[in-house]
Design a protein around this ligand. Structure first.
Ligand code: PEP
Ligand code: MG
Length: 589
């Protein structure tokens, strides 16, 4: 232990990737970058200053190239993030604007860059879409690299770490995380970041325990401190006592046994003790992620978010590009189903960030199906690609953000029109595909009985449904404590949708984050959901939980759940009744 007299400190953050690790802290310092000062540049030196900035950008680009080339193989599929960073370096919003600011304000490159980044950051952070909000972090990572080159600070080289350590950082950039060697890094701890940050996604992909959003970790934890990271509970313990160390060493063993057990069972169906089979599917954003769904035992793709091809580009993908992309997914996982969700994008998100389209409240703006119905050519191109690929596998189509029955009818009309034109052209396609709608807007819940007459399935998107039902911005950390899937209103809303679906004889699925957590399974099964879809890494734990449950019992249990008046009371009830199944395996002493 680093300091035998030090007092044990327990820090609570966001459990971003489950598991337990114990080891020495290794602090990844970025000093130098945050303390730039402003000074004026004489007219005669402006050209030199711009040259200095350009050289720093060029160096950053070269560094990224090397990192992409040497990045660890588990993270190859994430290298698109770094490619995007390389492109961002030369983006006119960052590159052009910084040069302009140096010239116009006659200030040093560091200060100009800092100013431009700060403006861009607030622009991205004000966007309602969580994906775009996260792009603010990309801007910071990209500019940090340039800034380091400008101020001549030491670049953090994670690839050079030679001992097995737990990384402590204010934040980790995708470039840094992609250098991680699994045999060197036991876990991550960061001040910043949330469940949707790149660090968190990468930690889950690598299955390394991680706790993020601790705020003070870099201040409290020193190099070589012994720490315990419990990514399941979201806890970090600094200077653990002998007793705590022993306790966590045992928990770690139990966690590993539990993980091997659930992994062994992940390829079997998730069947309750009384024989109900619940398909457990994977959510993906890129075709490469299908492999992870298969590896984790997914029964198909319950949500393919198709936005990625439309972002980071000034032109929309062609029908053939879309077809090839969808084909990559369908072919690999056939005959299992693939649920392709049509474009769920804000107007401003689709048309690249520097567009003129500004909405004060984009979450309530021209988003998803609204955007598609206003841009029928974009929509038709995507539907053509989906109907064509449906000839090669089990494909379903899913429409996001439906808020009125008219939208369902108009979508169905366009679908028929596209099918007719494909028919006329003699194209290979399948018009008999299941059409479902996302239930994520309260008006769709209220109109569920009407909607059910014209669709084949519902898929409940709890991420937005909670946001719109409880009036809580899903990306706003200041109200995150209110964002709770166990809010009795949310449980009643899901119950209503499931009851209507059952009455009308259609299926009801869930693909929002609520489906990820094993502790919610008694409720979701009790409410009668027919299929769940989640991030691939959660599949084994969810399947394992489903196998411990009995439909008759969870239905009875729901009667008690529906009597509760707060999310805390629901959580307590579910923990007291079913928590032991889950946590005793790891936490019982
Ligand atoms: C949801 O809203 O729950 C959902 C699955 O869609 P997204 O997170 O892509 O908005
Ligand atoms: Mg949604």
């Amino acid at each position: 232990m680093s300091d035998t007299n030090a007092i044990e400190i327990v820090l609570n953050g966001i459990g971003a990737s489950p598991g337990i690790c114990i080891g020495k802290a290794y602090s990844v310092d970025k000093e130098g970058v945050d303390v730039v000062r402003k000074y004026f540049i004489g007219k005669e030196n402006l050209r030199h200053e711009i040259k200095r900035f350009k050289a720093a950008v060029k160096k950053a680009k070269d560094e990224l190239k090397v990192i992409i080339k040497n990045s660890n193989k588990e993270l190859r599929q994430q290298s698109y993030i770094l490619e995007t960073h390389a492109v961002m370096l030369k983006d006119k919003m960052l590159y052009g604007k910084t040069i302009e600011t140096i010239e116009d304000e006659r200030i040093n490159a560091e200060w100009a860059l800092k100013k431009v980044v700060s403006d861009l950051k607030s622009m991205f952070q004000n966007m309602s879409d969580p994906y775009l909000k996260e792009r603010a972090a990309d801007i910071v990572h990209v500019s940090d690299r340039v800034m380091k080159n400008l101020v001549g600070a030491e670049a953090v080289n994670i690839a050079d770490i030679y001992k097995r350590v737990i990384l402590i950082a204010h934040d980790l950039s995708p470039a840094e995380t992609s250098q991680i060697q699994l045999e060197k890094i036991k876990g991550f701890v960061t001040d910043r970041g949330g469940k949707a940050s790149h660090t968190s996604i990468i930690a889950r992909t690598l299955e390394i325990p991680a706790v993020l959003g601790l705020n003070q970790a870099t201040r409290i934890i020193q190099n070589d401190d012994i720490i315990i990271v419990d990514g399941t509970a979201g806890t970090v313990i600094v200077h653990p006592t002998e007793e705590t160390l022993v306790k966590y060493a045992e928990r770690k063993i139990r966690y590993e046994e539990y993980k091997s057990a659930i992994t062994r069972g992940s390829h079997l169906v998730a069947e309750t003790t009384d024989g109900f089979q619940l398909p457990i599917m994977g959510n993906i954003e890129l075709p490469e992620e299908v492999v992870s769904v298969i590896d984790h035992g997914g029964d198909g793709i319950g949500l393919y978010r198709t936005e990625f091809q439309y972002l980071n580009s000034s032109v929309f993908p062609t029908e053939d590009e879309l077809f090839d992309n969808y084909m990559d997914v369908v072919e690999i996982i056939a005959p299992k189903p693939v649920t392709i969700r049509t474009l769920d994008i804000n107007g401003d998100k689709a048309i690249t960030p520097d567009s003129e389209c500004y909405e004060t409240n984009p979450a309530l703006g021209l988003r998803a199906i609204r955007y598609c119905l206003q841009n029928p050519e974009v929509f038709k191109t995507q539907i053509r690609a989906i109907l064509r690929v449906a000839a090669y596998g089990n494909v379903r189509i899913l429409i996001p953000m439906i808020s009125s029955y008219d939208e369902v009818c108009e979508t169905k009309r366009i679908l028929n029109e596209v099918a007719d034109s494909l028919d006329k052209e003699g194209a290979v396609f399948n018009r008999d595909i299941e059409v479902g709608i996302m239930i994520e807007v309260p008006s769709a819940v209220t109109m569920a009985d009407v909607m059910a007459e014209n669709v084949d399935f519902f898929s409940i998107g709890t991420n937005d449904l909670i946001q719109y039902s409880l009036a809580i911005d899903r990306g706003n950390s200041r109200v995150a404590y209110l964002y709770n899937p166990l809010h009795p209103a949310i449980i009643r809303v899901i119950k209503h949708v499931a009851d209507v679906a059952r009455e009308k004889g259609i299926k009801v699925f869930m693909c929002g984050e609520m489906a990820n957590d094993p502790i919610y399974m008694p409720i979701l099964l009790g409410l009668g959901l027919d299929e769940l879809s989640m991030n691939p890494q959660s599949i084994p734990a969810v399947k394992s939980m489903v196998r411990e449950l009995n439909i008759e019992n969870v239905k009875l249990f729901m009667k008690d759940v529906l009597k509760q008046t707060s999310a805390t009371a629901v959580m307590k009830l579910v923990q007291d009744t079913y928590g032991s199944i889950l946590y005793d395996k790891i936490y019982h002493e």
